[in-house]
Design a protein around this ligand. Structure first.
Ligand code: ADP
Ligand code: ADP
Length: 224
């Protein structure tokens, strides 16, 4: 298994946001954390990203514990509903940002930025600012920016939540195709059952901080 989560727990005072979450994610697999608002999905994802410190539990990626590692050492790509692009940087500059921070050679950065723009069909927008792009295009920039660092895991926090229904469905397909083509191990947080069923190989259903059920879409939502 590529990602191993064991006994992951987060308490905020007397609130157990996540309680004893244990699950495994295979290499190249796309898992959805699904459940109603407040069930602990985002907290679980943020602990994997290193943005929230667990109260208890262990997280391994590729057989190595990442519990002690700061965010920038985890080599994790993240996508948020809000895109979180840099407004004063062009599309290419936004995609290049994490590569420049890692001090990769110039030609390697240029190669990866071109590849990222090709994968997300943004070549024609390289020199545009985010404000000149549609919501779907902005989210593709954020996706390219996350992918060019060649992350070991991609974490997606309600990434399509701000898009209207038609665009959301188109982006689900696109996201799934890119994820499968790259074979990148991914976790998506969503409260949308249809989205989880479209995108995920397996669904982790959460309720009140706990894992309630886990299985392939047909197993957790199969005919009774
Ligand atoms: P979801 O992503 O499923 O909507 P969250 O992980 O955001 O759920 O929240 C789970 C629970 O933890 C909720 O009861 C929420 O109010 C609580 N919670 C989340 N973040 C904090 C925080 N920073 N401080 C206190 N309570 C929090
Ligand atoms: P620099 O930081 O060298 O002044 P820019 O600010 O123009 O360059 O772009 C930042 C990064 O984005 C550079 O590393 C460059 O490789 C990449 N980049 C910029 N424009 C393009 C483009 N049209 N195609 C591919 N890569 C680009």
């Amino acid at each position: 298994m590529d990602v191993e989560i064991r006994g992951l727990t987060k308490a905020y005072g007397s609130t157990l946001a996540v309680q004893d979450l244990t699950c495994s994610i295979g290499k190249g697999e796309m898992i959805a954390f699904l459940g109603p608002s407040g069930c602990g999905k985002t907290t679980a994802l943020r602990m994997i990203a290193g943005l929230v410190t667990p109260t208890a539990g262990e997280i391994e990626i590729g057989g190595r514990s990442i519990s002690g590692l700061p965010v920038h050492r985890r080599n994790i790509g993240m996508l948020f509903q809000s895109y979180a692009l840099f407004p004063h940087l062009t599309v290419a500059q936004n995609i290049a940002f994490g590569l420049q921070a890692r001090k990769l050679p110039r030609d390697e950065i240029a190669r990866r930025v071109r590849e990222g723009m090709r994968l997300t069909r943004l070549e024609a927008f390289a020199d545009r600012l985010p404000s000149g792009l549609s919501g779907g295009q902005q989210q593709r920039v954020a996706l390219a920016r996350a992918l060019v660092i060649e992350p070991s895991v991609l974490l997606l926090d309600e990434p399509l939540g701000a898009l209207d229904k038609n665009l959301r469905e188109a982006m689900q397909m696109e996201l799934r195709q890119i994820q499968q083509r790259l074979g990148i191990t991914s976790i998506i947080v969503t409260h949308d059952q249809d989205e989880a069923m479209t995108l995920a190989d397996r669904i982790v259903i959460m309720r009140a901080g706990r894992l309630e059920q886990v299985g392939a879409p047909a197993e957790v939502y199969g005919n009774p």
